[in-house]
Structure formats: C-alpha cells, structure tokens
Design a protein around this ligand. Sequence first.
Ligand SMILES: [Zn+2]
Length: 136
Amino acid sequence: MSEQESHGGCQCGAIRYRIDGEPLMAAIYHCTMCRRANAAPAVAWAMFQESQVVFSNGPPAAYASSPGATRGFCPVCGTQISFTADYIPGLIDITIGSLDHPEMVAPNLHYWDAERLPWVHFADDLPRYPEFPPVA
Ligand SMILES: [Zn+2]
C-alpha cells in the first residue's frame, strides 16, 4: 500500500490537519453520542494512530463528552474534528467529512447499528455491527 498524505480541517479554516498514511479503519457510526455531537443522522469516522495526525495550527478545542472520552472541535465555527478515548489509547478518530477529499476514504463497516435511526438506510452491503466491531 502506497504512503498517502491527506489534509483536512474545519469549515472556517482555523483548525487544519495533515494525516500521513492510511486509516486503520473507516466506518459509519450510528451511536447516539456521535449523532448528538455532530447533529447529524450518522457520522463517518476514520481511525488513525495519533502519530499519523498533525494539527498545523494547534489542536482542536476539547469537550469531554463522557468519562475518558474527548471530542475535538473548532472553537470558532464548531466543526467536529476528532474523537479520542481512554479505551482506544494512542488512536484518534477523524471525521471523514472534515477531510479535504472525503471521497478518498470509504467506510468499510457500520457500527452501533443497534442505535441507527429507523429512517436511515445506506444502500451498501458492508458489515453491520450492533455495537462495537470485533476489532476496535
Ligand atoms: Zn473553524
């Protein structure tokens, strides 16, 4: 697999990041916490090693959405950028929607499907896990 470099950031440009290499995982999340944080019916996240992600203007603002879990967002425009948690040490989720080229990172599974809104349907054959996938 060739080494790729990706860029992304928030809507206003105050938060910018560079990512080296491929994601460990990319998925559509249907959990209620992500839904609320993003005010969206579902959220696409890509998971990376924290060392792959460099924030060029400093890290996003942090909100502790639950014990041991932090959501990073732009304090100016409010764009959701990242998720880190004690249960995934050394890893960081980045919102695929904040990438400059989100079309380059396709989700390969759905999870927390048990909390999916009844009117949300994706026309794909990707695996769907009721809660966390087997490997997180
Ligand atoms: Zn912003």
